[in-house]
Structure formats: C-alpha cells, structure tokens
Ligand binder design. Structure first.
Ligand SMILES: Cc1ncc(COP(=O)(O)O)c(C=O)c1O
Length: 412
C-alpha cells in the first residue's frame, strides 16, 4: 500500500491524505441517494435500502428535546455526556446481564462515533481486526482510519452465514489485536446464540484480544432468538470488551445522533479524552432526548413495534422463498435486514441486459421494477443483496409483488 500523498485533482491545489483518499463513499448511501433522486423526479420507487426502522421517534424523546431548548439546556456538557444519561444508559445496557457503572459509559454522537473512538483508542498502525463476515459496510473504513486492517472471516458453506470459532482461530496472526462482533448482524440479520458467541469470545480470551461488540440492534430480536451481550458472558469476557450501542435503532432516533460505548474504566477514560478533543461532547439537546427515551416506560410501545417489524420480516421471508433465483441466506432472526443470494439469476436477461453480479441485479431491479436493494459486495457478501424490510406493510407487499414480477420476467 502506497503511503505517498494522493495527486491533486485538476481543479484543486489540495492533496488529500492517503487515509482520506482511500475512503470510498458508502455503497448503501449511494444507492439510497439514487433511489431518493428517482423519487424526487416523481418515480414510484420503493426503497428497501434503509438502515432504520420506519417508525416515528418515541414521543418522550421529542418532548424532552423541546423542553431542553425551552429551558436553555444548550451549552457544552461534560465530554463523556451528562451524568443522568450515562447512568440511564448503563441501566439500559445492563438489562442484558452486564454490570456496567455510569462511569464506564461514554455517550457519543451515534454508535458510529463510538466505534470510531473505540478503534482510535485501541488500534495501532498495522494491527488487524478480525470480524465475522458478512459485515457492516463501515467497519473496514473505521479500521483503516485508525491505521488498522479489517480481516473478514468468511462463514463456511451451509453454516447459515455464521462464523465458527475454528475459522476465527485460523485467522489470528501476531498482528491481530481486536475481535469485532456485531450481533444481531447487519446485513444478514442472523443472531448468534449464547453458545456460539461464547465460543467466538473464547478465541479472543485465548489470544488476548480486545473485543468490540456492536450491539446497536439489540432490541430487534424475533421469535425464539434472544439477545446475548458479550460482556455478560463472564468476567474474562467483560474485562476485554467494549460494548457499543445507542438509541438510534431502538427508539427510532437515527437523526438525533446519540450512541454510547461501555468499557473497562481506563478505556472509557481514554475514549472520553479522545472525544473531548474531537467533538467536545454530543449535542446537549439530543442527550436530553435520549434521556427522555430511556427513562420513560416504553415497554408496550416498543413491544408493539417489535411485533410489527416481525410481521414484515415473516412476510418478506415467505415471499422471497417463492421467488425463483433469490434465496434467503441464514436465518434472519434479528435487526431489520436479510441477505438474499441472487446467483440463481446470473446469466438471465431483461431489457437487453444480462445479470452477472449482485450489483447488476440491484441496478436492473431499480431500473425495471423501481425497487431499491443494496448489492452485498461492500458487506463481504458479493453474491447477495441486502433487503431491508422496515417500510410500511402496504409498500412492502407492493415491493415483494414487483420483485416476483421482475424475477418472472427475467429471460434465460
Ligand atoms: C451494525 C451497525 N453499527 C452501527 C451503526 C451506527 O449507528 P448510529 O446511527 O447510532 O451511529 C449502524 C447503523 O446503520 C449499524 O448498522
């Protein structure tokens, strides 16, 4: 890999640093933007690329934000977040059996910034970060920005898109420093159970790796599946784990930008120092909004939303099972996405174009059926597309009908 600065563009005197020049725009965001541009032109596109549940922000959060503005709660807060929110977040995280104290929780601008700070705090140039594949699109770039390299570990064939401890162990080198886990998983929606997770974490214990556990979708777990928090697996797991989460997905607060990282105290202090020099603190108003969400009794509301999303999940899985050339991979028991293998459509043709990749499939589907899905290459799932089933039920049913008609129209 070259370390020379990039050449300036013709219309600029500015050379980007290699680290910036090498970060491509997110494929998910690009497709989402294309779908939105078509919608703006009046095209009836159904957008199944979204990374957020299509519910409104929970009402107590909005009320708390309005109150924060009205009462002038508009100044810098402590770098790690307001104490009441750190405390409420610790309690919320601990519902999964962990034992975090408020002082171990740092409030950040979304889980994404928590991940960024975690990588900055742990990764030395040249370090390797192991992650089960398929994995979320931002991980390789977050790792690279910290000077590290993400090493995706592919699941075995017919493993239901789950990576086993043996595969993980085989990928450990003397440069491996971090095991990154994401459960429930984006993009596949698979949920690792307690035994599977414990086996993966044992690899980290045996090789003295830190674990970053991204649990941002912990609320969205369906059927008999259960969310297991890595730091609840025992003291040896807890002492090496950074738990990342936030309010974005659970409370439909993606735009408010509040997440957190809970970690052993000395790591939390280091992350607080990093945040103090890069963001000062997250928005005071959004912190109050998050506090409003975490301290209200939303059990009934959240359970209702979970059931609604579960219905959409079941509808999608059932419909895709009947669509030739698309096969749901793994068991999508969590989050709000699934991966469909589309290799069955390769070689098929529509409107003079032949599908040879998942990217072709997604392009043709958008052009011919006005349905947007994300091709899986950036998720390390090259023959798959990610289908996000969060849209309202009538739009979801319409999208699935269009998908079926599209598949039927593909000529051999
Ligand atoms: C796996 C995963 N981690 C982290 C994030 C970031 O969450 P936030 O919006 O709180 O930054 C996302 C958002 O899509 C995600 O899918």
């Amino acid at each position: 890999m070259s370390t020379a600065p990039s050449a300036p563009e013709a219309n600029s005197r500015i050379c980007l640093a290699v680290r910036a020049a090498q970060v491509p725009p997110s494929a998910t965001a690009a497709l989402d933007a294309r779908a939105k541009a078509l919608i703006a032109q009046g095209v009836d596109v159904i957008n199944l690329t979204s990374g957020e549940p299509a519910f409104p922000t929970v009402e107590p959060a909005t009320r708390a934000a309005l109150d924060a503005v009205a009462t002038g709660f508009i100044r810098y807060t402590p770098a790690a977040g307001i104490p009441e929110l750190r405390s409420a977040a610790a309690e919320f995280i601990n519902r999964h059996g962990t034992a975090y104290e408020a002082g171990q929780v740092v409030i950040t601008a979304g889980a994404k910034q928590a991940l960024h700070h975690a990588f900055t705090a742990l990764v030395e140039p040249g370090d390797e970060i192991l992650v089960p594949a398929p994995h979320w699109v931002s991980y390789p770039h977050l790792a690279a920005l910290a000077g590290g390299t993400l090493v995706p570990v592919q699941p075995a064939r017919d493993s239901g898109l789950k990576v086993g401890a043996d595969q993980l162990r085989a990928a450990v080198t003397d440069r491996t420093r971090v095991l990154l886990l994401n459960n429930p998983a984006n993009p596949s929606g698979v949920v690792y159970d307690r035994t599977e997770l414990a086996a993966l974490v044992q690899v980290a214990i045996d090789h003295d790796l830190a674990v970053i556990s991204d649990e941002i979708c912990d609320h969205w777990v369906f059927g008999d599946a259960e969310h297991v928090s890595v730091a609840a697996l025992g003291p040896e797991a807890a002492e090496r784990t950074l738990t990342v989460g936030g309010v974005s997905k659970t409370f439909a607060m993606t735009g408010w930008r509040i997440g957190w990282v809970a970690a052993p105290a000395q790591v939390a202090q280091a992350i607080t120092a990093i945040q103090s020099h890069t963001a000062s603190a997250p928005s005071s108003i959004s912190q109050r909004a998050a506090l409003g969400a975490l301290t209200a009794d939303l059990t009934t509301e959240l359970e209702h939303r979970r059931r609604e999303l579960d219905d959409r999940r079941l509808t999608t899985v059932k419909a895709l099972a009947g669509i030739p050339g698309m096969e749901v991979d793994g068991t999508p028991d969590g989050a709000f996405f699934l991966l469909a293998d589309v290799t069955g459509t390769y070689g098929r043709t529509l409107a003079g174009r032949t599908i040879t990749s998942a990217a072709d499939f997604a392009e043709l589907l958008l052009a011919e059926a006005n349905v947007a899905v994300v091709p899986g290459a950036d998720f390390a799932a090259p023959n798959h597309v990610r289908v996000s089933y969060t849209v309202p039920p009538d739009r979801l049913r319409e999208a699935l009908t269009r998908l079926a008609a599209f598949a039927d129209a593909l000529a051999a």
